[in-house]
Ligand binder design. Sequence first.
Ligand code: 13P
Length: 256
Amino acid sequence: MIIAANWKMNLLGHDARDLASEFQKIAKNQSVSDVKILIFPPALYADIVNDVCDDERLSWGGQNTHIARFGAHTGDISAEMYRSVGARYQLVGHSERRADHKESDSYIGAQLRAAHEAGLHMVLCVGEQLDQREAGDAEKVVTEQIARALDEVKEYLPDLWDNLIIAYEPVWAIGTGRVAEPQDVFQMHKAIADYCTHSLGAPQRPQILYGGSVKASNAQTLFALDYVDGALVGGASLQQDAFSGIVAAAIAVQKG
Ligand code: 13P
């Protein structure tokens, strides 16, 4: 199980420092085999977070990467730069970046390329809008997002699958308090798994995380579902209690 914290554009430096050391305690309180915790902090807090990571129970990654290694791209950061200061993971294709920065599937694929070439594990975020779900198109939208992104990294397949995690985040469930129904989560995760192995040639199904209003109170039900390998957590990752409750739910399911 992987429980990933996406801090998004939240926390001031001193808050990030406090929360990072709480995360270190949460990670230390469990045995190595239990749950892997990831933090995706604002890039400025790389050092703060890197200091508490051990890369066994706790690792971190960038929320976004440029597609080039270096160059005249003021304000941007490359995957290789992240790697050079200790990142092991890279978030790619979050719906907020798709919306705020008009990131397309092919650009997201190029980000996968950059992350893979930098030697990072990738968490590819996909998810449908509410109107797409209501129209019955959710699975089509999500599988196409995956296919189009992977189309950009064809020459790295099948090896790239080893380092690719998919995060299914229905856009309408993000930050709304409205979590997807367990049956819908199961169905989508299974559809993603089947699509990756049957249509995209993955040697085995990737790990698949669910994201969208995950809290301690709903985590255990989600984690008990087949094909759910953990969560990508936004709001609840900003509070130590809420986040440790989610980690505890993952441990409980794993042990049960
Ligand atoms: P919330 O947990 O706040 O709904 O955010 C989910 C998310 O976008 C994680 O990447």
